[in-house]
Ligand binder design. Structure first.
Ligand code: NAD
Length: 518
């Protein structure tokens, strides 16, 4: 008997309109363990209508920031109270090791809701503008409207929080479409939002395929904004569909980030750091440091130690607290990883360790792969340019810092990167030349909901997190209150009350910068 998870639409937990379900597979075993209501375009339309109604007629957009903040804090509390079951669900649905699910995922979800509660409570909805003679001017920040959040399979519960928290904190309503492989914890977060008292229709979750549910939502005239996290390829399609009614778009897309190791580094520290940068969650991380650029004088020693420690990583079932790495999310993604390692071999790379499936006793149906290091790689090879999204590191030596910067920037992507050095000044000089949205120095994956995160180049548009992320969910309205008497005094050339037109006089000197314009 499997559990059945329902959609969240208009404040209710509902079956799909078709009453169909699909299986959720546990990647640790390869077996179905839950059934999920299978959303269709009809369910997507119902969710968009519910979100539209809640935005146009409901109390949420009109509430004060501090009132919305109280509801967000309640969601954070409920996530905390349900931390154990949510972490286990993420481990089963998405293959997150239970250590990571408890230690990283749940904490990030709680802090995301808390940080956006704090921002919503303190942000002003109105701000005066510089004084202008003859008028009072100010900006008003208003919610954008109905926002659609589409999320990938790698960090389902975190991505749900990243999309829901800033959107609702700013007074919007949302429809979330989680990835088909990993919908369960997002449906649970949707349910907890209802339990926290967020009004009906403000948070909706529709599981289903990208083409059926995702395209219906992104193309919908009822929707004002799309926040998408996923591959660059699908990001392109999102932009096309969103152009139908000129929706605002934020896109968090793929990456092929470089970790640059300078020759003055503390080797012990940097080897661990490089492993953390790439093998955290099996490399299924958009910002993973999958290209390791090592300065030539320390290359051999660094690689020997890196290979030795990588061979000590324990691959096993997600729910086993002894597992350092769980399974890959799906059979299809496992095949993609295998295919890329084959491409690397064909291109002339050496497999220094890994390069094959891992066998986990008692879990033979699971999707396991050994952490893999490819040496003898050149920057132009496909394995050094294309996102693999698995536990595969390519290592490339460099001579001078300038060569490392050039190679780090030799990518269509620009999401993140790292620099490892004992000299912060030297590391900062390199970091400032890398064209990516984030660079970590002497650490990696330090994403914080207070600081902006997003990509340059084909890694995306816009930023998530912090006030910048919050403002992606707000419109800016300029209000001009005229204090200068009848408008004809300032626009004599447009004086309709005078029967006979006069010659235009010189523009009034008192109102610089306030000329009508189109
Ligand atoms: P994906 O692009 O295949 O799917 C992402 C989401 O889009 C899923 O919910 C999917 O169902 C949906 N989708 C697919 N086709 C669609 C369509 N035509 N219209 C609307 N929606 C559609 O990505 P994935 O395989 O789930 O995740 C891996 C990718 O996500 C990687 O490229 C990774 O780098 C990226 N990612 C980026 C970030 C970031 O913050 N930049 C974070 C996590 C993952």
């Amino acid at each position: 008997m499997t559990d059945t998870y329902k959609l969240v639409i208009g404040g209710q937990l509902v079956d799909a309109a078709s009453e169909e379900t699909f299986d959720s597979i546990d990647p640790s075993t390869g077996k179905a363990f839950a059934a999920v209501a299978k959303g269709s375009p009809e369910d997507a339309r119902k969710a968009a209508e519910a979100a539209r109604k809640a935005f146009d007629e409901g109390p949420w957009p009109k509430m004060k920031g501090r009132e919305r903040a109280a509801a967000l804090l309640k969601v954070a509390d409920l996530v905390k109270q349900n931390a154990g079951p949510l972490a286990e669900l993420e481990a089963k649905d998405a293959g997150h090791t239970i250590r990571m699910a408890k230690g990283a995922d749940i904490g990030m979800v709680i802090s995301t809701f808390r940080v956006f509660a704090e921002i919503a409570a303190k942000e002003n909805d109105e701000e005066p503008l510089a004084r202008n003679p003859g008028s009072m001017n100010y900006v008003r920040y208003e919610p954008v409207g109905v926002c659609v959040g589409i999320t990938p399979w790698n960090f389902p519960i975190q991505m749900a929080a990243w999309k829901i928290a800033p959107a609702v904190a700013a007074g919007n309503t949302v429809v979330i479409k989680p990835a088909t492989y990993t919908p369960l914890t997002t449906l649970e977060i949707g349910r907890l939002c209802l339990e926290a008292g967020i009004p009906e229709g403000v948070v909706n979750v529709v599981a289903g395929s990208g083409v059926a549910v995702g395209e219906e939502l992104v193309g919908s005239p009822l929707v004002d904004k799309v926040a998408f996290t996923g591959s660059t390829e699908v990001g392109r399609r999102i932009m096309e569909l969103a152009s139908s009614n000129i929706k605002k778009c934020t896109l968090e897309l793929g990456g092929k980030s470089a970790s640059v190791v300078l020759d003055d580094v503390d080797l012990d520290y940097a080897v661990d750091g490089a492993m953390w940068g790439v093998f955290f969650h099996n490399g299924q991380v958009c910002s993973a440091g999958t290209r390791l650029l090592v300065q030539r004088p320390i290359l051999d020693e660094f690689l020997a130690e890196l290979t030795k420690r990588t061979e000590g990583i324990r691959v096993g079932p997600a729910l086993d607290p002894a597992s350092d790495e769980g399974p890959i999310v799906s059979e299809t993604q496992l095949e993609t990883v295998e295919r890329y390692v084959g491409i690397g071999r064909d291109e002339g790379a050496d497999v220094l360790t890994g390069g094959e499936r891992a066998v986990v006793e008692g879990h033979e149906g699971g999707f396991y792969y050994r952490p893999t290091i490819l040496g003898n790689v050149k920057s132009g090879m496909r394995v050094a340019q294309e996102e693999i999204f698995g536990p595969v590191l390519v290592v490339i030596p460099f001579e001078e810092e300038a060569d490392a910067v050039a190679m780090a920037n030799d990518s269509i992507y620009g999401l993140a990167g790292g620099v490892w050095s004992s000299d912060n000044g030297r590391a900062v000089k390199v970091a400032e030349q890398i064209r990516t949205g984030t660079v970590w120095i002497n650490d990696y994956h330090m994403i914080n909901p207070r600081y902006p995160f997003g990509g340059y180049k084909q890694s995306g548009i816009g930023r998530e997190h912090g006030e910048m992320g919050f403002n992606e969910y707000r419109q800016v309205k300029h209000i001009h209150v005229d204090l200068g008497g009848p408008s004809r005094a300032r626009h004599p050339w447009w004086d309709l009350t005078v029967p006979k037109r006069k010659e235009p006089s010189a523009p009034s000197p008192e109102t610089p910068g306030s000329k009508p314009s189109g």
